[in-house]
Design a protein around this ligand. Structure first.
Ligand SMILES: C[S@@+](CC[C@H](N)C(=O)[O-])C[C@H]1O[C@@H](n2cnc3c(N)ncnc32)[C@H](O)[C@@H]1O
Length: 241
């Protein structure tokens, strides 16, 4: 076996071998997609079609959008990231709530969503929205730049949740919060579509987010088919802007 055949003497004599072994170890530690293909619909999304899907009466997070914004306790001057912003439903509501002085980052892997969210925000007279087309592993946000990271119906779309959570963690200021709203996944009550589409249940989401260095501070009984979880950064950073 490799471990018994390669000795310390070999590694000292052949630095390339050591570098190769380190590369193999790094590749093994690399996060694999937890749900390949989950974002295929969003590769080249039809904006109008998704407005009709995300902003339609009957969708719980749309019907309860004002209650969700109130429960998110967003205040004037705060900087908020709407991660997986989609058609910008919550971006625009938060942009009004953080005025004056606050910024909302509309972040999505689909440039069509970001472009149209910026356009629809401008049409509503909102000048405090910044768009970021990010990658599936990184929010694209600078360190210590936001007070709240907000995700609706997006956590189960993360293909690389560990890397996205690490990126959110570094972007949050001390005392910063992470809100995750996502589908309840319970075979007793969930639709077949939810059971097939959504990767994990609430307990699994809590476990993954806590493992990434966040502490659960609220589990709000606000919604019926979705859960509303609020976390804070567990570790504080020094030298914050
Ligand atoms: C089901 S939609 C939800 C849209 C919006 N949050 C809402 O509730 O109306 C999920 C969104 O997450 C985006 N997405 C998927 N993975 C992402 C990632 N790693 N970072 C940012 N956005 C992502 C998709 O492009 C899509 O717009």
């Amino acid at each position: 076996m490799l471990g018994t055949m390669i000795t310390e003497r070999h590694l000292l004599r052949f630095p390339c071998l050591l570098a190769g072994l380190l590369l193999v170890a790094a590749a093994a530690a690399q996060e694999q997609s937890v749900r390949p293909g989950i974002n295929n619909h969003f590769m080249d999304p039809d904006w109008r079609q998704w407005v009709n899907t995300f902003e339609r009466p009957g969708r719980e997070v749309y019907d309860r959008r004002h209650a969700i914004v109130a429960a998110s306790q967003v205040r004037p001057g705060m900087d908020v990231a709407d991660i997986g912003a989609g058609t910008g439903l919550f971006t625009r509501l938060f942009a009004t709530a953080v005025e004056p002085g606050g910024t909302v980052y509309a972040i999505d892997i689909a440039s069509t969503f970001v472009d149209n969210t910026l356009r629809s925000s401008r049409e509503q007279g909102l000048s405090n929205v910044t768009g970021i087309v990010n990658t599936a592993t990184d929010t694209g946000l600078p360190a210590s730049s936001i007070d709240l990271a907000f995700l609706t119906d997006t956590y189960h779309h993360f293909e690389y949740p560990r890397q996205m959570l690490a990126s959110i963690d570094q972007a949050l200021r001390n005392q910063g919060r992470l809100i995750i709203i996502d589908f309840r996944r319970d075979p007793r009550v969930s639709t077949n579509w939810v059971m097939g589409h959504v990767r994990g249940n609430k307990a699994q989401v809590i476990e993954e987010v806590q493992a990434a260095g966040f502490r659960l501070v609220a589990d709000k009984a606000l919604l019926r088919t979705n859960f509303f979880l609020e976390f804070v950064k567990a570790a504080q950073q020094t030298g914050e802007q």
